[in-house]
Design a protein around this ligand. Structure first.
Ligand code: ATP
Length: 343
């Protein structure tokens, strides 16, 4: 899981008009705060219907139409790539964690990253998010190479949000203040208007009448929904609306099976090809989920990347996961102690 500083409390937002980015951690806010030039509101989101002229709402079911071991079968058209990692390396001290990771996230995709514990899944999310810089290799955001961290560069064109395993809500604030935090801080909207948007966003994740509660009065599943609402709320006064990629780090960890299903369906519902609790199309262009849960793999993602020993060793559609002949995947899918994966 992503754990930047242990205590994950504060929302940090966009810097200097760079890539629209919302993330919730003390580490981030502190590192961003001293670097920030001009904080602008991260609370904008893509159009409600992303199937526009720029990006047709592609169905990805057969995009990568067979499981791949090493080689990747991909569409030739690269115009819909939102994020690309190219040959990314990352070490921590003596530990080589990522050793040449390459993949693309396309507009409309729902991608899962799986693999044994400690293999670097959360590290990849942090690199995509721009919180960690790769030692070697490149990250492209809508075709533009990002150099260093997100705060180092003025990049526009994509909002990237990270939803932590722990909901990372402000304990002392109400649900309304948590969800509307970025709007209260950065928007020109009045209190009444913000409250309306907060209510509508909460309703879109199936929560009503909880605005005045504090996080301690919510269940774990409700907290995750509030965190999701916070990451999809947007500033309706903004003129330009950018697509958003959400990165979920173990979103169902610690939940019972039914609460997991609720969150998995919620992740689907806020996606552009889903429908939220209000019956409106979701706003999220693409998302990436790091998970260990089989139910989340089955229910919430379409395509899988399997990370092992620093590389993507397998990728395929979700339905290919349990039938794969790849011994690493077979062992992981069955949970067997016998196989190439050793602990
Ligand atoms: N900032 C850091 N400094 C030193 N080591 C780190 C740092 N971040 C991660 N690591 C190490 O890198 C390895 C990969 O960590 P990461 O959290 O990315 O793995 P993961 O695949 O998400 O694991 P899990 O499935 O258990 O959550 C681990 O051994 C971890 O201890």
């Amino acid at each position: 899981m992503v754990s930047l500083s242990g205590s994950i409390l504060f929302p940090a937002t966009v810097l200097h008009g760079c890539t629209r980015f919302s993330i919730w951690s003390t580490d981030t806010i502190s590192s961003f705060c001293y670097k920030q030039r001009k904080v602008v509101c991260a609370c904008i989101a893509p159009p409600r219907n992303m199937g526009n002229n720029e990006y047709p709402a592609t169905k990805f079911t057969n995009l990568y139409n067979s499981e791949q071991f090493g080689a990747v079968l991909e569409p030739e058209d690269d115009s819909d790539i939102l994020i690309e990692c190219r040959n990314v390396y990352k070490s921590f001290g003596e530990k080589d964690i990522l050793r040449g990771v390459s993949f693309k996230i396309r507009h409309g995709e729902a991608v899962g990253i799986i693999g044994p514990s400690g293999t670097g899944k959360s590290t990849i999310l942090k690199i995509i998010a721009g919180l960690l810089a790769p030692d070697k290799g490149e990250v492209f955001i809508r075709g533009r190479r990002r150099d260093g961290l997100i705060s180092d560069q003025d990049m526009s064109g994509l909002r990237i949000g990270l939803v932590f395993q722990s909901a990372a809500l402000f304990d002392s604030l109400t649900v309304r203040e948590n969800v509307g935090f970025l709007l209260y801080e950065n928007s020109t909207m009045g209190e009444e208007q913000i409250l309306e948007i907060v209510k509508e966003t909460l309703a879109s994740v199936g929560l009503k009448g909880v605005e005045d509660r504090t996080p301690s009065e919510l269940s774990g599943g409700m907290k995750k929904r509030v965190a999701l609402a916070r990451s999809i709320i947007f500033d309706i006064t903004k003129k330009s609306i950018e697509p958003e990629v959400l990165l979920y780090d173990e979103p169902t960890a610690g939940l019972d099976p039914i609460a997991s299903t609720v969150v998995e369906d919620l992740i689907r519902s806020v996606h552009m090809i889903g429908e939220d609790a209000l019956g409106k199309p979701g706003k999220i262009a693409s998302y990436v989920v790091v998970t260990h849960q089989h139910s989340t793999i089955r229910r919430a993602v379409d395509r899988l990347l399997f990370l092992y020993k620093g590389k993507i060793v397998w990728q395929g559609m979700t339905h290919e996961f349990t039938t794969s002949s790849n011994p690493i995947v077979q062992q992981f899918a069955s949970g067997s102690l016998d196989g190439p994966i050793r602990y």
